[in-house]
Design a protein around this ligand. Structure first.
Ligand SMILES: [Fe+2]
Length: 229
C-alpha cells in the first residue's frame, strides 16, 4: 500500500504565504514514509521535470494537481494540463475536462465553512471521482468530515484522506493508503476503483488551535497582499 497525501500547498502557492518549498516538502514527506504526494497550489499547476525527478530520487511519486477555485468553491483536479485548468470557469466545465484520460476530480473539505462546495457537491456529484476527509478536526468536532463520509457512502464515491497542509507539522495525521503500482495512471485508477483506505486521527486541541490561528493568519495575509496589488 502506498502512503499518499494528495492535497498539499508549498511556498510556490500564488495565494497563501507558506514557509516551506516543494523540495523541502519532498524531503520531509520522505522522512514520514510517504510514497505519493500531490502539490495542489491555488489555481496554479506546478509542473516541473526537475521537481518530479527530485521526488523520484527520494522514492516519491509526484502527481500533478491543482486546487481550483470555481464558483467560489475549491475543487481538486489531478493529472490535467495547464491549458485545461485555464478553461475551467464553472463547475459544469469539469464535464468536458473529464473526457480526457486518467483525470481525477475530487471535492476537498466539502462541508467546511470556507471555500467549500457544500450543496453543490451533491448537485454535481457525477463530476466528482472522490471526496476528501480533511485532517483539520477534533475528536468531538468533526461534523464536516462525517457528512463528507456519508455523502461518499451514499453516492458510492471513494473517500481520500488529505492534509490540505500549509505547515509541515500538519502532515501525517490524515492520509490515504493506496493499493496500486507507483505510477500516475495506476494510482488514479486505484482511487477511482476505491482500492484505498483513509488513515486518520484528530489533531488534538493544541495542534488544532495552532492550525486555526495559522488559517486565520493566512486569510488575513491574503487580504493584505490583495489590497497592496
Ligand atoms: Fe487546499
Amino acid at each position: 500500500m502506498l502512503k499518499a497525501d494528495l492535497h498539499i500547498h508549498t511556498s510556490e502557492d500564488p495565494h497563501d504565504p507558506i514557509a516551506y518549498s516543494a523540495r523541502e516538502l519532498i524531503d520531509y514527506a520522505k522522512t514520514l514514509g510517504f510514497e505519493v504526494i500531490s502539490i495542489t497550489l491555488h489555481n496554479k499547476l506546478l509542473i516541473s521535470k526537475s521537481l518530479s525527478g527530485y521526488a523520484k530520487k527520494n522514492g516519491i511519486l509526484l502527481i500533478p494537481g491543482v486546487e481550483l477555485n470555481i464558483e467560489g468553491a475549491d475543487v481538486l483536479a489531478y493529472n490535467i494540463k495547464p491549458e485545461d485548468a485555464r478553461k475551467i470557469k464553472k463547475i459544469s466545465d469539469l464535464k468536458e475536462i473529464k473526457k480526457r484520460k486518467n483525470i481525477l476530480i475530487a471535492a476537498p473539505h466539502p462541508y467546511y465553512v470556507y471555500r467549500s462546495l457544500g450543496k453543490k457537491l451533491v448537485q454535481n456529484i457525477k463530476l466528482f471521482d472522490a471526496i476528501e476527509y480533511c485532517h483539520f478536526y477534533l475528536k468531538w468536532m468533526n461534523a464536516p468530515n462525517k457528512k463528507a463520509a456519508r455523502t461518499a457512502h451514499l453516492h458510492s464515491k471513494p473517500l481520500i484522506g488529505n492534509s490540505d497542509m500549509h505547515h509541515l507539522w500538519r502532515m501525517n495525521t490524515t492520509y490515504t493508503l493506496i493499493d496500486s503500482k507507483k505510477d500516475i495512471n495506476s494510482v488514479i485508477n486505484a482511487i477511482k476503483k476505491g482500492n484505498i483506505k483513509v488513515v486518520s486521527t484528530h489533531l488534538g486541541f493544541w495542534k488544532y488551535a495552532r492550525a486555526l490561528c495559522g488559517t486565520f493568519g493566512s486569510i488575513f495575509k491574503r487580504k493584505v497582499l490583495k489590497q497592496r496589488k
